[in-house]
Design a protein around this ligand. Structure first.
Ligand code: FMN
Length: 153
């Protein structure tokens, strides 16, 4: 029961990339036993994990449903870290709005969750193979992941 779940729902790949960064920090820098799970393909059994990270993308003002469905599960006393990747958060002038819409309001729907950390990161949008924007900041994601270790312990 000492495993840490790093789960994500991603359509364009930004959240998947972020989740992999988080998983690598926890595993490689801190020796945690981490399982990376794609919530669009699998619904993990939360009972197997001690802590969980849930990440999701945002489209049309909505956090991806697979992540929201997963948050409905009974996490008991497990510590949860939640993040989103979205266009709004990548704009410094709109980051607060992203945190309010996609973090604060979303977590308020699940009052039983023990969220020990939550963050909104930038995302990436491609249309017909052309990058419209790419505001993923791997260093920021790495720094955030570093802060999780003590909170999980
Ligand atoms: C069709 C579409 C709709 C989007 N709508 C929003 C939105 O409402 N708010 C926002 O902040 N970003 C929006 N974005 C940007 C996404 O949040 C960004 O592409 C992010 O990387 C999505 O995560 P993913 O790559 O893991 O799927 C949209 C992107 C697409 C392609």
């Amino acid at each position: 029961m000492k495993k840490t779940l790093v789960s994500y729902a991603s359509k364009g790949g930004a959240t998947e990339q972020a989740a992999k960064i988080v998983a690598n920090v926890l595993k490689d820098n801190h020796g945690l036993e981490v399982e990376l799970v794609n919530l669009r393909k699998e619904s993990p059994d939360i009972a197997q994990y001690e802590n969980a990270v849930v990440g999701a993308g945002v489209r049309a003002g909505k956090v991806y449903g697979e992540a929201l469905d997963f948050l409905k599960k009974d996490f008991g006393n497990r510590r949860l870290a939640f993040f989103v990747c979205c266009g709004t958060a990548g704009d410094p002038n709109k980051r607060e709005e992203a945190c309010s819409e996609y973090i604060t309001k979303v977590l308020a729907r699940y009052p039983n969750l023990k969220a020990i950390a939550a963050e909104a990161f930038g995302g990436r949008m491609k249309i017909l193979g052309k990058t419209v924007f790419d505001s993923i900041d791997p260093d920021k994601i790495r720094s955030w992941a570093e802060t999780l270790v003590n909170k999980f312990a």
